[in-house]
Structures are given as structure tokens and as C-alpha cells.
Design a protein around this ligand. Sequence first.
Ligand SMILES: CC(C)(COP(=O)(O)OP(=O)(O)OC[C@H]1O[C@@H](n2cnc3c(N)ncnc32)[C@H](O)[C@@H]1OP(=O)(O)O)[C@@H](O)C(=O)NCCC(=O)NCCS
Length: 124
Amino acid sequence: MRIRIRDFFETLDVCKETFHPNEDWKEMEACILILDGMGLIGIVYYKPYKEKKELGIVIRKEYWGQGRGEKAIRGISELAKGNGITELIAKVFTKNRPMIHLMDKLGWECYEEKLDFKLFKKTL
Ligand SMILES: CC(C)(COP(=O)(O)OP(=O)(O)OC[C@H]1O[C@@H](n2cnc3c(N)ncnc32)[C@H](O)[C@@H]1OP(=O)(O)O)[C@@H](O)C(=O)NCCC(=O)NCCS
């Protein structure tokens, strides 16, 4: 199977209000691909953010609400820990209710709150 991560990001159809992938694919340090059969339906990763490592995740909309996001965040946290990383952070738009819900559910701590986004952290 041949996958071009760049193509995936460029053809994303997710809501632009809550997710701006920009050129994240260039900065990813590690990632887990989320597959359905032979197709790439999502990706979870971390990338440098100042002195820290920032979590990123996106799943194609038609696959939301089936537990893949939760499983993926758990998976990348384990991978990061195995790579010697002790903390991940995530920047989440306040209106992104599913992601805010997942952060709470998985025990991430909100350590900064701005007008339209929250910063979460998780000790690994
Ligand atoms: C965030 C995202 C990865 C979640 O993926 P997913 O596969 O739907 O995640 P899950 O199915 O594991 O969990 C979603 C949870 O949100 C909950 N949820 C859905 N809509 C919700 C809402 N409006 N308010 C509160 N919770 C909501 C679901 O009930 C579920 O929780 P539960 O398992 O406790 O019932 C997906 O929505 C996505 O790709 N969004 C676009 C990209 C994005 O926003 N990335 C995050 C940037 S920081």
C-alpha cells in the first residue's frame, strides 16, 4: 500500500472552523495512521511546539463517533511515552465539543484558556 500523507491533508473535508492542519504533515515527528480496509481515514501525530510536543489528530467526518479518536489518542500517547516524551499538549478550539469531551475523558488538564481555544496537557 502506498500512502502520501501530504495528499491526505490536502483532501481533508473536515470543518475548517475547528481544525487548521496547514502544513502539519511537514512537521510531524511521529504518527499513527488510522485505516479502514486499505484506505487512510485518519491520522494522529505529534509535532514540536515551542519546547513541547503538540498532539494533532484528524479523522474523516464519515468515521466520527465510533471510538477511533479515543483509541488513537491513547495510542499516540503510548508511542510518545515509548519515545521518551514525558508530556503532550493540545490546542483545542472551545467550540470543538467532541475534542474537548475527549480531553476531559482521557484525563488531560486544561492549563490555559483563551477567548476561542484551550490548551491542554497530559503527563505521560
Ligand atoms: C476530534 C475527532 C478526532 C474525534 O474523533 P472520533 O473518532 O469521533 O472520536 P470518538 O468517537 O473516540 O469520541 C468522540 C466523543 O465525542 C463525543 N461527542 C460528539 N459530539 C459531541 C458534542 N457535540 N459535544 C460533546 N461531546 C460530543 C462523543 O459522544 C464521543 O464521546 P463518548 O465516546 O464518550 O461517547 C474528530 O471529530 C475529528 O477528526 N475532528 C476534526 C479534527 C479535529 O478537530 N481535531 C482536533 C484538533 S485539536
